[in-house]
Design a binder for this molecule. Sequence first.
Ligand SMILES: *Cc1c(COP(=O)(O)O)cnc(C)c1O
Length: 334
Amino acid sequence: MLDIHDITAASRRVMDQIVHTPLIRSAALSESTGYETLLKLECLQITGSFKLRGATNALRCLTPEQKSRGVVCVSTGNHARGLAYAARQENVRAVACMTRHVPGNKVDGITALGAEIRIAGENQDEAETEAERLVREEGMTMVHPFDQLPVIAGQGTIGLEILQDDSDIDTIVMPLSGGGLCAGVAIAARSMNPEIRIIGVTMEHGPGMVECLKAGRLVHVDDVLTLADALSGGVGLNNRYTFSLVRERISSTILVSEQEIAEAIRHAYFQEQQIIEGSAAVGIAAALAGKLPACRKMAIIVTGRNIDMHTHYGLLQGIGQGTNPDQQRNLSGH
Ligand SMILES: *Cc1c(COP(=O)(O)O)cnc(C)c1O
């Protein structure tokens, strides 16, 4: 359904618009894990997360006719930012549908990138209904945050870059939510090294894909407040691609606690000089907690930096370690 050729094609399609992000050795994490540990800094990507890759590829796969009618997404954050930016580059109209619970800083960021915001209802279902209406009545094209082949191929370009930059890597660790990132990276990396280990990390609170993998089928998982707000939400009961792609390709999954995520955000700041968001911190969290298996050389994908800076400041002071519900309320994307 998707192979390395789709990902190399995606790479060519998006390369003039995205940053080939650095893959840098972390002395602190190599020391603490006992294995060579590198960080793939997608937090330095334009728009603040890797979602720009999938969105750009999806947009550039559209026909001129589709482009003229615009694109729509249901997203509370990083996907909407990526799509807004990509659409503006191509002079395409973009509408982001979201619930009224989205934090203000996220809304402002998306608006600044040029997308229209459509606040539609209380929950994800209502936002989706509005997006479907725009597809039906205005002929817009839906760009899904993870469950579309061009999006998965776009995210997979990260896997290509990692192994191009260091072919010795035998383990890639990354956040797992809808699974677009894991699926794309796994397809790319496996085609270059069939033995490579692919590890997905997510939060203990409401791990949508992990519940589905355990059940062996698509199950509903409630959104739960978490520091890793970009990872909350299920994979969808109508999931077409990512559940089976991830199930076939992932080596293992790991869960991390809210405290471990907070600790990883602090580690990124004080030891790696990086500001990263909770969702991006789960790989580092797993490493610091000693939850990763032995390997020769691993790359941890640090996926984004879009965190409310006051929240970040509080976390650095040791406030709101992920256990304070008021702190969390401000963070939840859903
Ligand atoms: C979307 C996102 C993820 C998870 O990606 P999936 O493809 O949904 O698994 C991880 N980190 C950040 C920062 C994200 O925005």
